[in-house]
Design a protein around this ligand. Sequence first.
Ligand code: EPS
Length: 429
Amino acid sequence: MTLRFTTAGESHGKALVTIVEGLPAGLPVTAEWVDRELARRMQGYGRGARMKIERDRIEWLSGVRAGETLGSPVAMLIPNRDWANWEDVMAYENSDPPGELRRRRVTRPRPGHADLAGVLKYDRLDGRDILERASARETTARVAAGALAKRLLAEFGVEIGSHVVSLGGIRADTARGSRSEPLPGPLNEASDRSELRVLDGSMEAEIIRRIDAAKKAGDTLGGEAEVVARGVVVGLGSHVSWDRKLDGRLAGMLMSIPAVKGVEIGMGFEAARRPGSAVHDPIEGGEAGMLGSGEGRGGLRPPLAPASTDPRGGFRRPTNNAGGLEGGITTGEPVVVKVAMKPIATLMSPLPTVDLRSGQPAKAVSERSDVTAVPAMGVIAEALVALVLADAMLEKFGGDSLPEMRRNYDGYVAALGSRWATTSDVPGS
Ligand code: EPS
């Protein structure tokens, strides 16, 4: 990975920390830009009491000076306001006598959460030692990292947005109809207007009723969100080795979001049910799209037409069932991924489990939680898509500074635009 990031912090610990390494120097950044993304993650109908306590904001710790990155690791701190209520339970050091502080012990693991597998693997007696880190609270730190990746991508005209396509089994993109219908742009301007982050406002009332009913029943709901990245240059990722394929890198990253159980790229699973003629996206453009009149042909002569600034290299597709990826490489069409989240594992009407102290059947613990966090999951998925794309951009264009990266990018795009001028007289062509 060229762009590396790591996070630390427990859900009810003092703070979350993010370290992002590999950003070029000279990227303009503000806390306000990052905080805006953190605020978006906290929204959404169906979230629990915790989001009323927190005001997620970053504090710069390193890597930034006078509003620009320095090229050194960027560290950000996000204090947990709830820490004030958990200081004794989450105390760093042991009490005297030992064990005094082990209140709110979790011994009835929740089916679907990391509780049971975690205590067995890490040889813990208290499920809290696991759940504090397994909590989706950690995604706050990832969204902060993703905000910087988004900032870098914005310099190259990439816009990343998302919307919720289903929640609690109710589809919310029915008005959009076929996938080829264009999405509004910028996407988040439209989806963030809805507290469910859906584009089809006519479905909101029904989904809200479903969430309210689940809450009343002590149940939880999952759903799907779609992330769209527009303006991504052709040629990120690679077909040559499994770990360089960008679709694999995106899917792996997105599957790491807590509660995510599925990722589709473009048409996804539906493509498996159709013949090739109804799946693959025809290719249009080419020479005409690049140089207009065909001027500039002539072997290795420089092109007569101005260098192209089209990140698609002059080609386009009337459909985008591939979701902007062919052979693990971006095509220049929007990168489109859909992410499926299972219902949150903390049920207020708990499921059967086994008490780890007695070995007897019991009801699972019911910690405070959300009824659904699908709208937030879309925001988290945006951040992770941004991190993968920014990593791939840095890999291809490198650069210790933003101007250097830009020169490399512009040179590549210009070369794409002059391809016909330099390749048309190649023997055998
Ligand atoms: C979350 C904070 C958590 C949960 C949720 C996500 O806060 P608390 O545990 O204090 O209520 O609301 O975490 C989970 C769904 C989970 O399973 O752990 C957040 O900041 O997103």
